[in-house]
Design a protein around this ligand. Structure first.
Ligand code: ADP
Ligand code: TRP
Length: 322
């Protein structure tokens, strides 16, 4: 079974990305044929500075490796190193109803905010469908916000198969209930676009500041507090084991503990949990040549699979000329 997913290199990686997606990649690489890429074509819809996009692409690759993706086990690559995916995007777009894309949230949200959207943002889910379908992916590990896009992918693949005969594999999203939506420091979904993230590789001081800024209610220190209503507790739960979680919950309910204290504990857990990854990330920063080699090897493996799918697709829809 092939498991495939990607993250856009559009900002620093945060704990929503990790618990919602990347941690699943790391687990899946042991049992499945893992394909994990950096969605730089997608990021073109928001980053309009070539140097910055190039830099962020390499940085995200180093983040993947530091967090435990293993090039011996998984295929790690950059989306644009397999340009065939843009050809598939075009072919799929000829079968994609406008209505399907108009319902997609990335585009809809932008239009609702009164912002003008470009064609790239509108067509974004078709490129994502091509990413998934070109590698015959069975499983797509993502956070809740990407579920709709995997459903669109299935819909487009079915249309292709119904029109041209059985050609494309229908993928399933893999969403873990407990980590489907990680909360940000302001209580909304953690997201680069809300500036409410806790970034995994930020300097220690900045991480502390971010954690101390988590919004809480104004219950006085001595009063009992409801852990289920608190973002600090929700985030703490990601790092703690069952016993630590139960103890923290008791301290909330008992009263006498201020939110500041809970935040300090969360900070401690964060630093411990990511200590090894942060160390590895620093080492990789000194060896970006290695990161480039991993990406090149990954690209050549991925491209081989993509070319085989494209041959099937081209033949099926009649654009293969021999
Ligand atoms: P962002 O919203 O910060 O721009 P991306 O859209 O690049 O994040 O998301 C990359 C991956 O991380 C996706 O699979 C997405 O579902 C997951 N993800 C992002 N934010 C969260 C979150 N707050 N909770 C759970 N998963 C998330
Ligand atoms: N759209 C995804 C995001 O913003 C990134 C992505 C692009 C992706 N292509 C993909 C995720 C294919 C899974 C599979 O997070």
């Amino acid at each position: 079974m092939r498991a495939l997913s990607g993250v856009q290199p559009s900002g620093k990686i945060h704990i929503g990305n990790y618990f919602g997606a990347i941690r699943q990649y790391v687990e899946l690489q042991h049992e499945h044929d893992g394909f994990f890429f950096i969605a730089n074509y997608h990021a073109l819809t928001s980053i309009r500075d070539g140097e910055e996009l190039h830099r962020q692409t390499l940085e995200l690759a180093a983040d993947y490796l530091a967090l435990g993706l293993d090039p011996q086990k998984a295929t790690i690559f950059v989306q644009s190193d397999v340009p065939e995916v843009t050809e598939l995007t075009w072919i799929l777009s000829t079968l994609t109803p406008m209505g399907l894309l108009e319902r997609c949230h990335a585009y809809k949200d932008k239009v609702t905010q009164g912002l003008s959207a470009d064609h790239g943002l509108f067509a974004y889910p078709v490129l994502m469908a091509a990413d998934i379908l070109i590698y015959d992916s069975h499983l797509v590990p993502v956070g809740q916000d990407q579920k709709q896009h995997v459903e669109v992918t299935r819909d487009i693949a079915e249309r292709f198969n119904n029109t041209y005969g059985q050609t494309l594999v229908l993928p399933e999203p893999l969403i873990l209930e407990d980590t489907a939506v990680i909360v940000g420091v302001d209580g909304r979904k953690m997201s680069k676009s809300y500036d409410n993230t806790i970034c995994i590789f930020d300097p220690e001081k900045q991480v502390r500041k971010r954690i101390m800024s988590i919004v809480t209610d104004s219950t006085p220190v001595e009063d009992p507090k409801d852990p289920e209503k608190c973002s600090v507790y929700a985030l703490y739960s990601l790092f703690a084991d069952d016993e630590q979680r139960a103890q923290m919950s008791q301290r909330y309910i008992r009263g006498g503990m201020g939110y500041g204290e809970a935040k300090k504990e969360l900070f401690g857990q964060f630093m411990e949990y990511f200590a090894e990854a942060r160390k590895r990330r620093e080492e990789l920063a000194q060896d970006m040549g290695y990161v480039m080699t991993v990406l090149k090897e990954g690209a050549s493996r991925a491209r081989e699979v993509a070319q085989q799918t494209m041959l099937r697709v081209r033949k099926a829809c009649g654009v293969y000329m021999g």
